[in-house]
Design a protein. Structure first.
Length: 160
């Protein structure tokens, strides 16, 4: 471009500078949004993480961590309390009690702040040298609280 005066050149230079500055700022701001807009794919990954971590906490008998994946006072929270009490009773008679949960997440459906996940759970409870195996299919129900997904209920299990 050929400018007849220096003022025209300065104005054009200033416009380009402002455009580039706006682009850089918009990229910077979008990068600071902690993942941006929640998409079903992001939510699905978070839900799967909650389900896997919940089972790991049960395997470790880390009851407070398992409860942290549940909405306080919900059926899921209550079920962790029941498991904890049952394991404590078993420890009165056995030195070693182990829980092993394997989860296969078959399908996840997200609908706003609610989701359901169809899962297959295989569990083994071992105490006093005896083992009980369970293989169930059920639907886990979750609710989004803030940015976190939490379990609040599950369908009646279908034993295989």
């Amino acid at each position: 471009m050929i400018f007849k005066d220096k003022e025209g050149f300065k104005k054009m230079k200033r416009k380009y500078f402002l455009i580039i500055l706006l682009l850089v700022l918009s990229i910077f701001i979008s990068g600071c949004s902690d993942g941006g807009i929640a998409t079903p794919a992001n939510d699905e990954a978070k839900i799967k993480g909650v389900l896997y971590d919940y089972c790991l906490a049960l395997n470790d008998q880390n009851w407070s961590k398992a409860k942290s994946y549940c909405i306080y006072g919900s059926d899921s929270y209550y079920n962790v309390c029941v498991k904890e009490d049952a394991v404590q009773v078993l420890y009165q008679y056995c030195n070693v009690v182990s829980l092993t949960y394997y989860i296969d997440i078959i399908n996840v459906n997200v609908n706003g702040n609610y989701a359901d996940a169809y899962i297959n759970v295989q569990s083994v409870v071992t105490a006093c040298g005896y083992a009980e195996n369970y293989n169930i299919n059920q639907t886990a129900y979750l609710q989004k609280i803030g940015t976190n997904w939490k379990l609040y209920d599950a369908s009646e299990p279908i034993y295989n």
